[in-house]
Design a binder for this molecule. Structure first.
Ligand SMILES: Nc1nc2c(ncn2[C@@H]2O[C@H](COP(=O)(O)OP(=O)(O)OP(=O)(O)O)[C@@H](O)[C@H]2O)c(=O)[nH]1
Length: 422
């Protein structure tokens, strides 16, 4: 399913005109959700159903067997799919058109087998996503400890090197190793197993110290400003968040303030239609602040619960970034005095140290209040989660482990560490 989606996404959102930065032109056309209504009801019902399923506790062992409908319902249609999600289709044996068939004659599909293959628990998927990171930390640690009778300071020095090269970050690694040295002095690290357990505990302590979920309060609208350089997965993350909140029954409005690229607004519009959200967008090249202004007005007029603002990620220098952010915030606070309620920085975990540099730049320039780490799936650089959280004291709100809508999950430090070490 993920592979299928990948191909679909690539085809649909190919980077048309990427890097093409046209100068802002006077705003000519405006398009809002009001002018082009979306089938809000059915799509949000679909999102609600999906997220109800997602919020079932992730069992490390085995997921409970879903119902017959779940067994055949599509997990997530790719963006661009019809707005109204398809009804679950229960496959039945083909019949002759003229031959009347009694209902009892319909043979149910072999559900259990389909379900087991189609729906691994989120923990299982997380574990799979972190397998390369597991290899780069735990795998190398196992090789280091192989045949070692006792743990000494040399072992910890070698562990230090492993952690630094696994993108845990220099500052966090030094802090971790110092703590392990103290535990060694207290004779707490008798063997390799004790060292591994101690490292796991210390990583968890550091993740938990800065961990906090994103709480969407009843402020109307609750404004989430989404920032990050281009290509990290901002738009996709916004789509997934919109699906989450629409699934909770909230009225969601998206603001397409990434006006540099027409495809960005189109991509967002596709997500809006798909998950039952509304959208405010202007023409390519329009002033992002004008989009924000219109979106604030629309959100207030329509009584929206959540307003999510997509921004362009082409602000390469700190000065540019600060100027652009100041402008957007000025417009925002004029309309909604305490907004944004969350400034969410999206980072691509696969970029490792680069993501860490972005966290530094954006934290200094843009008042970040939470982080989303995307593309943990298949990356060996998952250690960056620990570095971002500990080094910059930024709460990781969500992690992305794939392109599908259910692949964005609230960050749970204990679950993350467990999946990493298992
Ligand atoms: N494997 C994987 N791919 C992801 C994840 N999140 C986003 N992507 C993919 O990353 C690519 C870029 O995502 P976008 O949402 O377009 O990124 P963006 O930051 O909005 O990019 P611009 O619009 O160019 O600024 C898309 O192909 C997404 O499907 C994730 O968690 N895992």
């Amino acid at each position: 399913m993920a592979e299928e989606n990948k191909g679909f996404f690539k085809g649909l959102f190919g980077k048309l005109g990427l890097g093409k930065e046209t100068p802002p032109e006077p705003e000519v056309e405006k398009k809002t959700g009001a002018q082009e209504p979306v089938e809000t009801q059915s799509a949000s019902d679909w999102a609600r159903e999906l997220f109800q399923k997602m919020e079932e506790p992730a069992a490390p062992e085995k997921a409970p067997a879903p119902t017959a409908a779940e067994a055949v319902a599509p997990a997530a249609a790719p963006p661009g799919a019809p707005t109204a999600p398809a009804e679950p289709v229960v496959p039945v044996a083909p019949v002759e058109p003229s031959a009347p068939v009694a209902p009892a004659a319909v043979t149910p599909p072999p559900q259990a087998a389909v379900v087991e293959q189609a729906k691994p628990s989120f923990f299982e998927r997380l574990k799979r996503s972190l397998s390369k990171t597991h290899e780069s930390i735990v795998g190398r640690m196992d090789a280091l400890l192989l045949g070692k009778k006792q743990i000494d300071t040399d072992t910890l020095e070698e562990l230090e090197e492993i952690l630094i090269t696994a993108d845990i970050g220099v500052k966090t690694t030094v802090d971790l190793v110092r703590t392990l040295e103290q535990r060694l002095k207290r004779a707490e690290l008798q063997d390799g197993a004790a060292l591994k357990q101690a490292l796991k505990e210390e990583i968890l302590v550091r993740l938990e110290a800065n961990s906090a979920p994103l709480v969407v309060t009843d402020k109307k609208p609750f404004v989430i400003l989404v920032i990050g350089v281009n290509g990290v997965g901002k738009t996709t993350t916004i789509g997934k968040l919109a699906a989450r909140y629409a699934g909770e029954g909230k009225r969601v409005l998206l603001a397409a303030a990434d006006t540099f690229r027409a495809a960005a607004a189109e991509q967002l519009e596709t997500w809006a239609g798909r998950v039952g959200a509304e959208i405010v967008r202007h023409k390519e090249g329009a002033d992002p602040s004008a989009v924000v202004f219109d979106a604030c007005k629309a959100a207030a007029a329509r009584g929206c619960d959540v307003l999510i603002i997509d921004t362009a990620g082409r602000m390469h220098t700190k000065v540019n970034l600060m100027e652009e952010m100041k402008k957007i915030r000025r417009v925002l606070t004029r309309e909604i005095p305490d907004a944004p309620h969350e400034t969410l920085l999206v980072l691509d975990a696969a970029t490792g140290q680069n993501a860490l540099s972005q966290a530094k730049l954006f934290k200094e320039a843009a008042d970040v209040s939470g982080v989303v780490l995307t593309k943990l799936d298949g990356s060996a650089k998952g250690g960056i989660v620990v570095a971002v959280s500990h080094e910059y004291a930024l709460p990781v709100r969500f992690i992305g482990v794939g392109e599908a809508v259910e692949d964005l999950r609230e960050f749970d430090p204990a679950q993350f560490v467990e999946a990493l070490f298992q």
